[in-house]
Write a protein of this length. Sequence first.
Lengths: 200, 661
Amino acid sequence: MPLVNFTTREITCKLVYYGPGRCGKTTNLQYIHGRVPENRRGSMVSLATQSDRTLFFDFLPLELGVISGFTTRFQLYTVPGQVYYNATRRLVLQGADGVVFVLDSQARRFDDNLESFQNLQENLLDQGVDIRQLPLVLQYNKQDLPGDLILAPPELDDAFNFRAVPSLPADALHGTGVFETLRALSGIVLQRLATRPPAP
Amino acid sequence: MSDVLTAPDLETFLLDPANRAAAVAARAVADASGVPYGPLVVVGPHGSGKTELLQAIATRLKAQHATASVELMVPDVLAERYRGALALGRGDAFRGTLIAADLLLLDDLERLVRHRDCQGLVADLIDARRSAGREVVIAADTVPSALVGLDARLVRRLEEGTTVSLSLPGAEARLGILRRRAGGSATPLPESVIRAIAEAEFPSMRDYTGAVARLGAFQEASAVPLTPRDALLLIGAPAGLSAPEPEVEELPVVAPPPPIAGEAEDELGAFLTEITASVSEQVDRWRRRIGEAVLRWSGEGLRTRRLELLLQDEVSGDPEPVLVGFEADAREIQALAAEAAQLAPDLAGAEMFHDPDQVGAARAMVAQARRRSGPLSAPLAHYRLEDLAEGPGNRLALQAARELLQEPGRRYSPLIVVGGSGVGKSHYLHALGNALAARGIAPVACLGGRAFVAEVLALPDDEALAAWRLQYRWVGAFLMDDLHLVAGERRAQEELLLLVGELLEGQRQMILASARPLEELAGLDHQLLERLLGGMVIELPPPDREIRLAVVKRLLAGSVAAQDAALADYLSSRPAESVRAVQGIVQQVLGEAAAQRVGPSPALAREVLEVMELGPSRGRRRIAGVATSGILSPGASLVRGREKMVDEWPSIADRLIPELR
């Protein structure tokens, strides 16, 4: 649930990018980071391994300014995709207001996507969160790759989007679909301000 | 520069993400989107473009609706116009003009602190325009609550609105603004010059636009294209700035923005616009909900302080539980007030029943009232004022009753009714009690003097006495019959004196009936006497001929003699000291007629009534000349009461035997 603090007049939303390793989660954040003016963004914190994989998590705070009297902030996180960092994933997932599940569209990564998606559901369940109640957007990344290597969005929808959540094709490296994904998730998260009372 | 190109444009503000929220709100106002800002307060430092934003709103509105009336002014102008209008006696007209304008824009709010006499006007304008669904946009260089000397009510009104911040645009946005400014010039400034100016550091946007204007004028007068270095020297840009290198200088043509930057603006801009709209909608939805709740509950006469706090900055916590809690308390306090009205009418008007914040105290008060409110003796329901026959004798009393019912407790309280036995005091008292109850006065306590004395004497201790007092202290009206029976009862009189004092103070109606004038009552406490005589004393005399006739007709109604006017006239002519006596006369005649198995007639009435008056000896003599039914009493004594005769003839058989003989 977005944190609405009526005392300090702040709205803070925590959005988490989830997905298998090397699917493009950090690339999403890097693209956003590169497009946001300095006065609107904090430092992007990225803890990476020697092989440039995310070790802990990426964190990108976005200051959206004062909207209707509320200082509005988005906090974007990624989780480490590698299987053995599940404890970190669970930690980052705590208190998430919404999740972007980034899939690698390559056909050969199908199983990785599936495993990560199941891992997301398990981790949410462990925290008492029903994935059906959490704002979720699927991003089919790497759609710029040759067609014979990837699965098309309808195919990925058939396999993963059985709950009919918003899904968007993307090429995070060049920015295609990055902001569209963020907008789609933000819209759902902010709508919950009205459907449920905000937290104190 | 052409007007079109120099006219402020909201798109200029959209270029800068930092000001997007303000631009979106401004555009919503200009487009009359229906989003209630009420008012929209734009806060930004000096030179951040507030005035330009207000002008942009006006321009956009006028572009869409050429006939729209827009009032844009600063406090000094507002004050001058207002004072001028007041001097001409046209203050209301001026106020009306500002209320009726399609859009009201007030710049430089901070200058309003010098015009205290106009601060109330601005607050009123905000209220009136908000009620009329018209927007007010106000620009200030700081948040209103930080302005010393600003009327608290106005500050509250401004805080109830929507505040958006405006800051000095970043270099990219400045570039866009300056390009737009320079675009209309006959001799356009080179792009490198505009970029150099945009990258210079001035404290306010006015400095940038002023620099472009000055350089534009210089360029028009000069055949030599300006270089960035010369331009910065000309405008006296702050030292230490490095102008772009001459070798990268571009042709003096307005170039499109770099593609990457443009894409970034589009992507981030679209994102921010959507987020701004989303957040505004959700937050304003809360604000609207709270505002609606304030209107609803205050309209029902309840204090809404708790909700009003939600609209202020100092509110802490989540509004939803506060709103839900307030509405629950409000509903409970209304139910408690309704119950209190039944238990103790004077309590219903108490302050605590209008303030949901005092629901605890109200709950305790009603609980106490419930415990102490025992059953009160009520007036007998079958007595009605309409059934009282009206005549010259009781006309004053009936008129007083009618007037009393118009303003219970305020006129004729206490009302003292004095009259002999059977003249209709009890009927009058109970009927008035029922009429008061029918008018919502509750509860109406109605009891006799003897019962009152008995209640007081039966109180075992001080606690019981206190409860008993409380029971009567809360009545809506207090009626006592047979007041004369209280005379001589010291404790009862003390309590009655106390009660009369409290009920008088509470403006509750009191009506007391006595068989004798109060001054003649031996043993009546003089303080109580004085209190009671301070009210209205009305005498109910013995029934006059008119009343007697009405009573007789009512008693004869339904009998075979109902249409016998002569009988009714005769019976009403008989002297009677009370209505009860009239009833006796009629019953005597009807009974005799029934006994003789004849219809009631004037002759029979005379036989029954006048012979009775003459006494036993004379009656015996006169009976001979009167046609009778032939039924003779064993003693042949007509002066004996019928009841006696019936007693002596316990059965119809016994009566028939002598007749057969």
